[in-house]
Write a protein that binds this ligand. Structure first.
Ligand code: F6R
Length: 247
């Protein structure tokens, strides 16, 4: 796992956006793995800006998002489909149906999960997977203890995750208890992974990951043994690292 530290979050946004530019220049039909949450908002804004400048196109690309809540009413403003439309999909040129978010309203969630993994495999797997990280080390909604060969499936959200995400809702009682989450397996099968880590509140978990060891109790430590995973951190998130770790 490589670690890159930038003075500001805006510089992280730009560096990660450039990874998408470089990939789509080389492989316009690339398969992207996309994340939601507070962390990538600025990076998506940068991608929209680059698209408007004619420096990136998603016209031949496909994407698979990491997760979606189960149990929110259709069209709920806190759904991850809504988030992706607002932050990216409505502003760039994905072909209709090419940008996918897990269907948290599927009548048969288990079948939808199976189909999601099958569709990722049929697309040839994910070329570039974007990740954020939870304070407990979760990636997607793979909470601590998740086996690394887990498929996409319905998961129970940790109470700490519900508390962290309550800031997007009116109050915590409205945060769903379940989500449909991409599994550790399809994530780790991505050819390249970029994980964005921003802000002082992520300093402890970033230090734990960089120090190792890899252990299922901290899901993001799975990246330590991935052949092409890079963490993009801002200085605030990296403040718990030693100068040797930062390199
Ligand atoms: C989002 C996701 C989550 C978030 C994580 C961090 O699709 O899968 O793992 O990346 O919870 O969230 P923020 O960025 O809001 O701190």
């Amino acid at each position: 796992m490589k670690l890159m530290v930038f003075p500001t979050a805006a510089q992280v946004d730009d560096a990660v956006a450039q990874r998408f530019v470089a990939l789509l220049e080389k492989k316009p039909q690339a398969v992207l793995g996309l994340a939601t949450g507070g962390t990538p908002v600025g990076m998506y804004a940068r991608l929209v800006e680059l698209y408007r400048q004619g420096r990136i196109s998603f016209a031949k690309a496909r994407s698979f998002n990491l997760d979606e809540y189960i149990g929110l009413p259709e069209g709920h403003p806190c759904s991850y489909l809504h988030y992706m439309r607002e932050n990216l999909f409505d502003h760039v040129d994905f072909a209709p149906g090419a940008a996918r978010v897990p269907d948290g309203h599927a009548a048969d969630i288990a079948a939808a999960a199976l189909a999601y993994d099958r569709d990722i495999a049929l697309a040839g797997g994910i070329d570039l997977q974007l990740l954020g990280i939870g304070h407990n080390g979760h990636i997607a909604f793979n909470e601590p203890g998740t086996p690394w060969d887990s498929p996409t499936r319905a998961v129970q959200l940790d109470e700490s995750t519900r508390r962290a995400n309550a800031r997007f809702f009116e109050d915590i009682s409205q945060v769903p208890t379940q989500a449909l989450s991409m599994g550790m397996k399809p994530i780790l099968q991505a050819k390249s992974i970029v994980m964005m880590v921003l802000g002082a509140d992520k300093a402890d978990i970033l230090a734990r990951i960089v120090a190792g060891p890899a252990d299922a109790s901290v899901p993001a430590t799975a990246l330590l043994s991935h052949p092409d995973a890079t963490v993009y951190a801002d200085a605030a998130a990296a403040r718990g690292l030693t100068s040797r770790e930062v390199g």
